[in-house]
Design a protein around this ligand. Structure first.
Ligand code: DX5
Ligand code: ZN
Length: 222
């Protein structure tokens, strides 16, 4: 197999031990994580509740890594300023109508606040749903599980969306990040990279592994 292009590894803190979050952040940073992925859930857009801007700000105080904030919430436009203030680097919102916002306006708001803008699509959402927004984003997040909970099985049928995203990236915006989230481990990471992903989010396969450096290196394909 030819050598893999460099990829970004973004551990999802949803699978970390919340009782010692600062220590978990330090451990993945020491294990050569590239970004931290922060899953924000409101109990409405998804059937789970995680944490909010105050915890993001606390995490920002413990790391130099970019903070990749994934908003699985309704009315994300209302909360964007608080996540900007908390120290987000990238803010990703969902394209589905259930997120209840004007997608183009929210993306513009994120960029004008100086953050990178991301757009996510759920497994059930077709690629066409976000095609018109592609010129407005820095990162496209293809969910490889239904959002809400860590530890679910990866859905290989999402690879078609990655190929379409990658084709658009090749001809329009080579700097676009294509991210996958859900069920990522060393094996599924290789499949996603082969289909065009360059940012890999992983929760369970890092935080439940005996060694974080070994787990991250394996996902990186080393
Ligand atoms: C799912 C979240 C994911 C999740 C990934 O709703 O967006 O980031 O934590 O976790 P694993 O890697 O355990 O599938
Ligand atoms: Zn996520």
């Amino acid at each position: 197999m030819s050598p893999r292009p460099p990829v970004v590894i973004a551990p999802s803190l949803l699978a970390a031990d919340f009782g010692r979050l600062a220590d978990e952040v330090r451990r993945v940073e020491d294990a050569s994580a590239d970004w931290l992925h922060l899953d924000i859930m409101d109990g409405h857009f998804v059937d789970n509740i995680s944490f909010g801007p105050a915890v993001v700000a606390m995490i920002a105080g413990h790391t130099k890594l970019p903070l990749d904030v994934h908003l699985m919430i309704q009315h994300p436009d209302h909360y964007v300023p608080r996540f900007v203030e908390a120290g987000a680097t990238t803010i990703t919102v969902h394209v589905e109508p259930e997120a209840k916002h004007d997608v183009a306006q929210t993306l513009a708001m994120i960029r004008s606040a100086g953050c990178r803008a991301g757009l996510a699509l759920n497994p059930a959402t077709p690629f066409d749903a976000l095609e018109s927004h592609l010129p407005l984003i820095d990162l496209l997040l293809v969910m490889t599980v239904h959002p809400g909970f860590g530890g679910q099985a990866f859905r290989p049928e999402m690879m078609e969306k990655l190929r379409r995203a990658n084709a658009w990236k090749d001809s329009n915006e080579p700097a676009l990040d294509i991210e996958v989230d859900g069920g990522i481990n060393a094996e599924t990471a290789a499949l996603c990279v082969a289909n065009g992903a360059n940012v890999l989010v992983a929760g369970t396969s890092i935080f439940r592994a005996p060694s974080y450096p070994t787990a991250i290196a394996a996902i990186r394909g080393q």
